[in-house]
Design a binder for this molecule. Structure first.
Ligand code: ATP
Ligand code: BTN
Length: 264
């Protein structure tokens, strides 16, 4: 990453501070440090590589130097947008922004595996980690972490994965510029953040939802949470499943993992 070139390409966007690094532990951790040091809203942390990239529940996210995008965006509560009751929507913000960019700019069949992954051809091309900090019942700040597999060799070996992964270069059959992609993702994030509480946001999320009409199971660390046919996304960002008996249940993101049910 040429830090001057990358910074110049981001300067036209209404972001806060822009921090670019060759290597960090985790961009989400650096973002938390920046928040403590008083970073303004919409500040952005990007790194060429991460030594301790994180997924949910302490799982690790692998970012090979110069092969992928690893970024974290800093948000503070805003009336009508970022409040405890809109946090469910927030988990969809980055998947919607990334999936839309992949569809519109690269003609890739991107889908959102609820709650936090972007799939292309059914494989994980991007993952999102939302870290929320609270003071009592109030949200004090949010770090939206996004990892995207761009170059072919960005994908970790399959034995390190709990879900099949793909790079964008492999999916598109051509090289995709990480910098172009970063600028497009930030533009899309800004657009959708301003529409987070509008019906068009849920409609968009719903329209890109993976496994619609298919049987899936939801699990947590403690075991099975639910099973049913994927019906869609509810008004607050929950996943709606329909049971065999035809009953609808809504699930909030939490620490849920989603898998297709193998009926073969
Ligand atoms: P899942 O992907 O299992 O449905 P999840 O979306 O919550 O669940 P996490 O557990 O937060 O995923 O993500 C970390 C997991 O992602 C790791 O356990 C690893 O299997 C996988 N992983 C790590 N690095 C990459 C990468 N660069 N590309 C794709 N998957 C990765
Ligand atoms: C997932 O597995 O689905 C979530 C992965 C999130 C990875 C990104 S990379 C940038 C940011 N920094 C991290 O340590 N994690 C997130």
């Amino acid at each position: 990453m040429d830090i001057t070139i990358w910074k110049n390409r981001l300067l036209h966007l209404p972001l806060g501070d822009i921090y670019l690094y060759p290597e960090v532990s985790s961009t989400n951790l650096v973002a938390e440090e920046k928040i403590k040091a008083g970073a303004p809203p919409f500040s952005l942390v990007v790194a060429d590589s991460q030594t301790e990239g994180r997924g949910r529940l302490g799982r690790s996210w692998i970012t090979r130097a110069g092969k992928a995008l690893a970024l974290s965006w800093i948000l503070y509560p805003e009336p009508g947008r970022l409040q405890p009751e809109t946090l469910g929507m927030l988990s969809g913000l980055a998947p919607v922004a990334v999936a839309e960019v992949l569809r519109e700019n690269y003609a890739l069949p991107a889908e959102i595996k609820w709650p936090n992954d972007v799939l292309v051809y059914g494989k994980k091309a991007a993952g999102v980690l939302v870290d929320v900090r609270w003071n009592g019942c109030d949200v004090t700040d949010v770090v939206l972490g996004i990892g995207v597999n761009v170059a072919r060799d960005s994908v970790p070996p399959s034995e390190d994965l709990n879900f099949p992964a793909i790079s964008l270069d492999e999916a598109a059959g051509k090289e995709i510029s990480r910098l172009d992609l970063l600028v497009q993702i930030m533009e899309s994030l800004l657009k959708w953040y301003s529409r987070l509480v509008e019906p068009s946001f849920i409609q968009s999320w719903d329209s890109m939802l993976a496994f619609k009409g298919q049987q899936v199971k939801l699990t947590t660390e403690r075991g099975m949470r639910g099973q049913g046919k994927v019906a869609g996304i509810s008004d607050d960002g929950s996943l709606i499943l329909i049971s065999e008996a035809g009953n609808e249940t809504e699930y909030h993101a939490g620490e849920i993992q989603l898998r297709l049910v193998d009926r073969s």
